[in-house]
Each structure stands twice: as structure tokens, then as C-alpha cells.
Write a protein that binds this ligand. Sequence first.
Ligand SMILES: Cc1cc2nc3c(=O)[nH]c(=O)nc-3n(C[C@H](O)[C@H](O)[C@H](O)COP(=O)(O)O)c2cc1C
Length: 181
Amino acid sequence: MGYLVFSCSLNPESRSLVLARRAAEHLREKGVEADLVDLCELDLPACDGGACYNDPKVEQLCGRIESAQGTLIATPVYNFDVCASAKNLIELTGAPWTKKVVGFLCAASGRASYMSVMGLANSLMLDFRSVIIPRFVYAEADTFEGDAITDPVVEERLDELAETLILFSEALQNYSSPEAE
Ligand SMILES: Cc1cc2nc3c(=O)[nH]c(=O)nc-3n(C[C@H](O)[C@H](O)[C@H](O)COP(=O)(O)O)c2cc1C
């Protein structure tokens, strides 16, 4: 068991991937296992509500989510929402998100899209009773210089999110175990 950090951007020069990498590092610095799952590398099918569920990559991903202790989702903000590949990830995997603790990391161009993760957060809560960490990381374009995070407030938020993920996941271990179904 360990933690999973999903990077959902399909842009190889992604800024949310930078956030995801740093969050995984923060988790490891706190003494837990954390794996980065970069959707750029997975080439997942688009959800068709049918045959996609038999794809071995989807089945394997479901197993990894099922056994994860807690999860983070890093996503670009597209059109005041998460990107389509983040939503596709949830559509493809579904039930394993049941009662998981989920935190968000977002990269956006400006501050106006701050509430863009709420649609996905609501669906995870209502569909799967996922426990959403209410304080998330939101990084605007000027947070980054290349692959470096130059805004200390965002660094602090990343550290706080990693700490809260561990705190919530450990506290809710009995709630989220499959036996508690
Ligand atoms: C199709 C598209 C839609 C976007 N919509 C928004 C938006 O609604 N709000 C915003 O602040 N930025 C928006 N952006 C900017 C991205 O959020 C920004 O470039 C971010 O860094 C992308 O994440 P990534 O670097 O991890 O791929 C949009 C970008 C694209 C390509």
C-alpha cells in the first residue's frame, strides 16, 4: 500500500506534472511510499462505457487505485473545469475511488478558475463517497520558472496537502478499507 499521485495533463511540458512530482516528493519526505502515475505515459482509451473496461491498462489501474492508501489528482484547468483526461480517468476506473481520500493540485493561467475542480470533487463525493481534502493546491502560470516552483506559498501548500493526505488517510483507514463496505 502507498499513495498515488495522478498527473492528468497530456502536455509533455505540463506545469501540473511539476506539481504532481513535487507532491510525490513531499509524501516520500514524510516517510510514505508515493508513486507518480503520468497519464501522458499510459495512453488510456477514451471511456466508451463498454469495451474500455476490459482494457488491461484500465484493469491494472483499477487495482492500483483500489489498493492505494490515498490519492492526489493533478490536473490542468481547461474551460473552467478539470481537463478531459482527468474526467476520463474517473469514468474508466469508477468504483475503486469508493471512500478514498482525494486531494487536488491544479495548474491554471489565472486566478479566476479557482473553483474548477468542484464538479469533479462533487461527483467523487456523491458517486463514490470519496473524502475530498478541502484545501487544495492552485498554481497560476507565474508560479513556475521552467520546471521549478518559484512561489513559496505554493510550495507551502504542497507540503500541507501531502501532510493532510497522510493524516486523513491514516485516520480513515477503517472507513476506506474494502471490508468496511
Ligand atoms: C483548452 C484550454 C482551456 C483552458 N482553460 C483555462 C481556464 O478556464 N482557466 C484558466 O485559468 N486557464 C485555462 N487554460 C490554461 C491552462 O490551465 C494552463 O496552461 C495550465 O498550465 C495547463 O496545465 P498543464 O501545464 O499541466 O498542461 C486553458 C488551456 C487550454 C489549453
